[in-house]
Design a protein around this ligand. Structure first.
Ligand SMILES: Cc1cn([C@H]2C[C@H](O)[C@@H](COP(=O)(O)OP(=O)(O)OP(=O)(O)O)O2)c(=O)[nH]c1=O
Length: 189
């Protein structure tokens, strides 16, 4: 069955390729990703993954449409993609020396328009970051477009002391959950 990837993230395309899945079409969703007032990080990730998949599925009947969203959560606080350097610095200061969660919302809309949702939770512990480490990382610009203002698959990997759960979920899509869900919905993958 035709698979539509409702994402502009090159990471998600690479992750799917890693497990032998090539979407038939890439159709990024253009939705408002602003958190609601007091919205919990896991709720935000789940809501946005479904909104992305639903928005794209409307125009692609008789397909499977996959949407995903990654949100870093520190306690009740959402750390989505930082808007600018100042916000990225704030996020890194907040994550320094702390345990946080990376919530991956995954939603596949089937050919009948029904949404199938999964929420993947990975716990990550950062080492304490010095002022200089934060400034060097800001200068690298790697934080741009990354939830929580870091990339575990890049320079940010050096900040990670411990991870419990799916690594690929942190990068943008849990390979295990994605494959299971797709196969369960009849995709040959
Ligand atoms: C925490 C973390 C996030 N990320 C990325 C994964 C996601 O692409 C991004 C979070 O933004 P998302 O809004 O989940 O995704 P996106 O804007 O890249 O793409 P789209 O909405 O079209 O699907 O952060 C990393 O690459 N490495 C990391 O370690």
């Amino acid at each position: 069955m035709t698979l539509i990837l409702a994402s502009a993230s090159p990471r998600r395309v690479d992750l799917l390729a890693q497990i032998g899945i090539t979407p038939d079409e890439i159709a990024p969703a253009h939705i408002d990703e602003t958190p609601l007032k007091n919205e919990l990080p896991r709720k935000l990730a789940a809501r946005l993954a479904q909104s992305k998949a639903m928005a794209v599925a409307k125009d692609h009947p008789n397909s499977l449409t996959l949407g995903a969203d990654t949100v870093v959560g520190v306690g009740r606080r959402c750390l989505p993609k930082p808007a600018d350097e100042t916000e990225a610095r704030q996020y890194l200061e907040m994550l320094s020396g702390r345990r946080h969660h990376v919530y991956g919302g995954l939603c596949i809309v089937d050919k009948d328009g029904k949404a199938h949702n999964r929420l993947i939770d990975t716990a990550v512990k950062f080492k304490r970051l010095s002022h200089q480490e934060i400034e060097n990382y800001i200068a690298s610009r790697e934080w741009e477009g990354k939830a929580g203002a870091y990339a575990i698959q890049g320079l940010g990997g050096a900040f990670v002391e411990k991870i419990v759960g799916s690594y690929s979920n942190v990068v943008g899509l849990s390979l295990c959950e994605t494959k299971n869900l797709l196969v369960g919905l009849g995709h040959k993958g």
